[in-house]
Design a protein around this ligand. Structure first.
Ligand SMILES: [Zn+2]
Length: 229
């Protein structure tokens, strides 16, 4: 019998590839997604499609309305920056940062995992192509893992040793795309754009689109996701 694991699925290509890696490692996947009031609602549909394609045992979507706090371009009515250079994208913490998002998400993933008696959690954070997010760094993940084992009944009693898997953390976007392709990920199901139109077509100019398109170009592959023309 395969071991259960909780995988955070956002609908983007990083979490889809992370899920494919977890599946290839033999885990039974329990997916968790968040309806946190993000403006780009199509990513929740993408997360659902990605979960189905990965054959997840169960897919839970939790509603946590982070809009009640405000302040991020991903949740509030603030313009998403477009056409930034690699240098601009590599400097500082971007406006698309959502306060403490991965801590909120991982805490709920931990609660789900303890409920399932699952020691393994997978999250598609990446510290290479887009290092501006403090909660995507390896030292943050290591601290969360330590906390998880201090904060839970299963951790304290020693019935589970929680492990936060971040298989993509040191990979470039092109490496993620190549590995996902090798594992059969259908990137046409994934969505990354911070500012898609009503049909879900990507803008092609936000930081997330720029990194995605650069990754596909470097991998020598075409991006099958829809873009506005
Ligand atoms: Zn975009």
């Amino acid at each position: 019998m395969s071991k259960p694991a909780v995988i955070l699925l956002s609908g983007g290509l990083d979490s889809a590839t992370t899920g494919a890696i977890a599946r290839a490692d033999g885990f039974e996947l329990h997916a968790l997604s968040f309806d946190y009031g993000q403006r780009h609602r199509c990513e929740l549909d993408a997360a659902r499609r990605v979960g189905e394609s990965l054959g997840v045992r169960r897919h839970v979507t939790l509603e946590i309305d982070l809009r009640k706090f405000g302040t991020s371009a991903l949740t509030a009515a603030i313009d998403v920056p477009k056409g930034r250079s690699d240098e601009q994208m590599g400097t500082g913490i971007p406006i698309t940062y959502v306060p403490a998002r991965n801590t909120v998400f991982l805490s709920l993933a931990l609660a789900y995992a303890e409920t399932l008696s699952a020691a393994d959690l997978f999250i598609g954070v990446n510290a290479v192509d887009y290092s501006g997010y403090p909660d995507c760094r390896p030292e943050y993940i290591a601290a969360f893992e330590r906390m998880a084992n201090l904060a839970t009944k299963a951790g304290v009693e020693g019935t589970l040793a929680f492990k936060i898997h971040t298989p993509l953390v040191h990979w470039s976007k092109a490496e993620i795309i190549r590995e996902g392709t090798r594992l059969g990920v259908d990137f046409g199901l994934t969505r990354s754009c911070y500012d898609p139109d009503a049909s879900g077509a990507a803008c092609g100019g936000c930081d997330s689109c720029s990194l995605r398109l650069k990754g596909f170009a470097e991998a020598g592959l075409a991006d099958p996701a829809p873009y506005r023309t």
